[in-house]
Design a protein around this ligand. Structure first.
Ligand code: AMP
Ligand code: ZN
Length: 502
């Protein structure tokens, strides 16, 4: 039996707003698409949270035994400064300001994005397609929508006809909106506008003479609208209907609503079975965003080099901090929370090193049924919590309990002889597996730890030298003073000196 059969997954589908039992289209296989970054800026910590949420989802699906094709795109054209199809292209603007080629901007910030993902141990997707690599397909689907009467051309630009689509479908199905309300809100069209209705959105935009990023099309030189790239790339690599589509909560409307309309209009079927939206990282209750001036770069957080920070925190501490809340809840950033996370993570990570080093050995084993049952139920709880809508917070709480048992084993309070060898083996595998594979929390030696280790080793060398010189008072002083601050030196048979913390 596969793990996904033993611990069936349920997840909150934004489309129904309910928790549903996950049933993939093809048994054992999951196709998942997540909207990637627009690469015109350094990735901030808020962006990282969203990609971390989907890293957890793809990791856990694989952990359960599913084969996963995870597609996450790079938006390198078409994302305009505002959602009403107005303003400059974000990448084009940056290129103009910095007097660079747009592709130089794309390269620089794609590399920044990848390096941040690596630091947080966020695994790369299976396919990472870019919008500019799929211009032909975007033109083709736009043509198809015109032929189907769901899009129209005005003055070299093409717009999706939302009212027409809404005659046979519900535009607003995902975000719980309806067309009448949408028609009443927002700015009214004026005589300059190319759109028939203000709710229509661009599939293709005519490039003005000064617009740098441009491609030839049946409607003249232009560039694709933002929403169409995701429809093209998701269905190209995952099929017209696929399992999971994700993104930050702020993409639900209009981006994902438009994706549903385009794909349903073109292919006659709803593109996605399960929509998952992750929630925002906030600072003092406000969404972290570059434009609000309350964002941190991950590098600033690691170094502590930021006015709001008391000190630096390691990538795994930050990862742990984020996993302490459910992906669907907002998470507020604070120094205090990170300081607490640092302590908590250290406990889990120390137990990870400890359990890795323990090999089962017991002279005569007399397994205690109650203890074995407790350990087995802790393992099952990890699966149950993660299979319950990827509840990382509750899973971490179980890992803390497991960590206490690991400490008991290490100290001898829980003798291995009381544990059945196969139970111990499953317990060890589960702790390591949930920490490293499912949650992506790896052992990490902090800079402070490295410094401490190096300093103690220098003192050990001085003590060795003092002994060779028969300077026993100095040798003893080094040993006793270290003991005074909780560092215990141990003299080995071969003259080697090791240390441990009391
Ligand atoms: P962008 O490059 O602006 O399109 O954003 C990339 C991703 O980061 C999108 O999925 C956004 O939803 C997400 N995002 C932006 N700000 C935050 C935030 N403060 N917290 C969590 N996710 C965010
Ligand atoms: Zn998208």
């Amino acid at each position: 039996m596969k793990l996904y059969e033993t611990f069936p997954l349920s997840l909150t589908n934004s489309l129904s707003g309910k928790k549903e039992v996950f049933t993939p289209i093809t048994p054992g296989f999951v196709g998942m698409y997540v909207c990637g970054p627009t690469v015109y800026n350094n990735v901030h910590l808020g962006n990282a949270r969203t990609f971390l949420s989907f890293d957890i989802i793809s990791r856990y699906l694989r952990f359960l035994g599913y084969k996963v094709r995870y597609v996450r795109n790079i938006t390198d054209v078409g994302h305009l400064e505002n959602d009403a199809d107005e303003g400059e292209d974000k990448i084009g603007k940056k290129a103009r300001l910095e007097q660079l080629e747009p592709m130089e901007i794309v390269k620089r910030y794609t590399e920044d994005f990848h390096s941040v993902m690596r630091q947080f141990n966020i695994l790369p997707p299976s396919i990472e397609p870019s919008a500019t690599g799929h211009i032909v397909e975007q033109i083709q689907i736009t043509q198809k929508l015109i032929e189907l009467g769901l899009a129209y051309e005005t003055n070299g630009s093409v717009y999706f006809d939302v009212k027409k689509y809404n005659l046979s479908h519900h535009y607003g199905i995902l975000s719980g909106r309806n067309i009448e309300d949408l028609m009443e809100s927002g700015r009214d069209l004026d005589s300059q506008d190319e759109k028939r209705e203000k709710i229509d959105f661009a599939l293709w935009k005519k490039a003005s003479p000064s617009h740098i990023m441009r491609w030839p099309s049946p409607w003249g030189d232009g560039f694709p609208g933002w929403h169409i790239e995701c429809t093209v790339m998701s269905t190209k690599y995952l099929g017209e209907t696929f399992d999971i589509h994700g993104g930050g909560m702020d993409l639900k409307f209009p981006h994902h609503e438009c994706e549903i309309a385009q794909a349903t209009g073109a292919n006659g079927k709803s593109p996605v079975h399960y929509w998952i939206h992750s929630n925002m990282l906030t600072v003092n209750g406000q969404k972290m965003s570059k434009s609000l001036g309350n964002s941190f770069l991950p590098g600033e957080l690691f170094s502590g080099n930021h006015a709001m920070l008391e000190k630096g925190f390691t990538p795994m501490t930050v990862r742990f901090f984020m996993l302490q809340s459910h992906y669907s809840s907002t998470l507020d950033f604070s120094n205090e929370a990170l300081l607490a996370a640092e302590k908590g993570y250290k406990k889990l990570s120390t137990s990870l090193s400890t359990i890795k080093a323990i090999a089962y050995s017991a002279e005569s084993s007399q397994p205690d049924e109650e203890i074995n049952n407790t350990l087995k139920s802790l393992i099952a709880s990890c699966y149950q919590n993660m299979s319950d809508d990827f509840n990382t917070a509750k899973t971490l709480a179980v890992l803390f309990e497991m960590s206490s048992r690991i400490n008991d084993i290490k100290s001898g309070n829980l003798p291995l002889s009381k544990i059945d060898p196969t139970v111990f083996d499953s317990f060890k595998k589960a702790y390591i597996g949930f920490m490293e594979d499912a949650l992506g929390l790896k052992e990490e030696v902090s800079h402070d730890d490295q410094l401490l280790d190096g300093t103690i080793k220098v003192l050990i060398e001085l003590r060795k030298k003092a002994r060779v010189d028969r300077n026993y008072p100095l040798s003893d002083k080094i040993r006793d003073d270290l003991k005074g601050i909780g560092v215990q030196l141990k003299d080995g048979k071969d003259g080697e000196i090791t240390y441990s913390f009391e």
